[in-house]
Design a protein around this ligand. Structure first.
Ligand SMILES: C[S@@+](CC[C@H](N)C(=O)[O-])C[C@H]1O[C@@H](n2cnc3c(N)ncnc32)[C@H](O)[C@@H]1O
Length: 259
């Protein structure tokens, strides 16, 4: 969430540059500060958002779960705490520096010790079709260069009957909050980010720009439907500052009748 861009910010009308090298380098730079900035800039609400996402996951024994764009691994760790030991949890990301932090967070003797973190581009996931019962992404899809390709890949590796979940920033629509949020995002957040991470101010302008240009609400749900998912629904959190999107891959999960 505390995404930062190393190059100049886009002017209105420009598309944010989300090429793989740029996004990977951006996260390499901010990796050491990512967790503390996340918690600070969201006033710790990011933890609540991830907990709500995990609460909504339908987890059955014996089938693995994939968390894509896992970053420093917080969602994968929360999932591992909810899943029983027969469920392998995998976290994938294309930024080595973020994954190194995720690996260091695994706690011997705790469910997190069972998570495998591996380097992979979400647009070409190195997994067979129909592998995972749940495929998740938190605050990551917005950064993937080709959103639809990312969604198609998540859907491809999901088991028929399995669940696909996206947690992402969205734009609150409530009058007053919309303006306050816009002001915080555009003016306060970049300054705090610069101060704490001692980075270029423009680096912290990536977040509002990328959120502003990313589909939310029904528009995002429509993209998930277009990727082949059914029963797509979305739940705004914290007055719509973030939203959980859920969809199901058509078919029947092998263990559904057994759980
Ligand atoms: C804002 S962080 C989110 C991290 C984590 N999911 C969380 O909830 O805090 C976005 C992550 O997406 C990763 N990412 C962006 N584009 C990617 C891609 N095409 N393939 C794999 N990872 C990608 C970045 O490296 C970064 O770690």
């Amino acid at each position: 969430m505390t995404d930062a861009a190393p190059t100049k910010s886009a002017t209105p009308g420009d598309r944010v540059d989300k090429s793989n090298p740029r996004v990977r380098e951006m996260f390499r730079q901010i990796a050491p500060h990512y967790d503390k900035m996340n918690h600070l800039l969201s006033l710790n609400v990011d933890k609540y958002w991830r907990s709500q996402a995990v609460r909504r996951l339908r987890i059955f024994p014996n089938h693995p779960i994939l968390d894509t764009c896992t970053g420093t691994g917080d969602l994968a760790i929360a999932i591992s705490a909810k899943a029983d030991p027969t469920v392998d949890v995998v976290g994938s990301d294309f930024c080595h520096a973020m994954l190194e932090i995720a690996r260091d967070k695994r706690d011997p003797g705790k469910p997190s010790s069972r998570i495998s973190f591996l380097e992979a581009d979400s647009q070409t996931l190195p997994f067979a079709d129909d592998t995972f019962q749940c495929v998740t992404v938190a605050f990551g899809l917005r950064n993937v260069a080709d959103t639809d390709r990312g969604l198609l890949e998540m859907t491809r590796v999901c088991l028929p009957g399995g669940q696909l979940m996206v947690l992402e920033f969205s734009q609150p629509r409530m009058i007053g909050l919309k303006q306050a949020y816009g002001f915080y995002f555009r003016n306060v957040l970049p300054r705090i980010g610069q101060w704490f991470a001692r980075n270029d101010k423009s680096a912290y302008e990536y977040l509002p720009e990328s959120v502003g240009q990313f589909p939310d609400g029904q528009a995002m749900a429509d993209r998930m439907t277009a990727a082949g998912l059914i029963d797509v629904r979305f739940t705004p959190l914290t007055f719509g500052v973030a939203t959980i999107y859920e969809g199901t891959k058509p078919g029947i999960l092998p263990s559904q009748g057994l759980a």
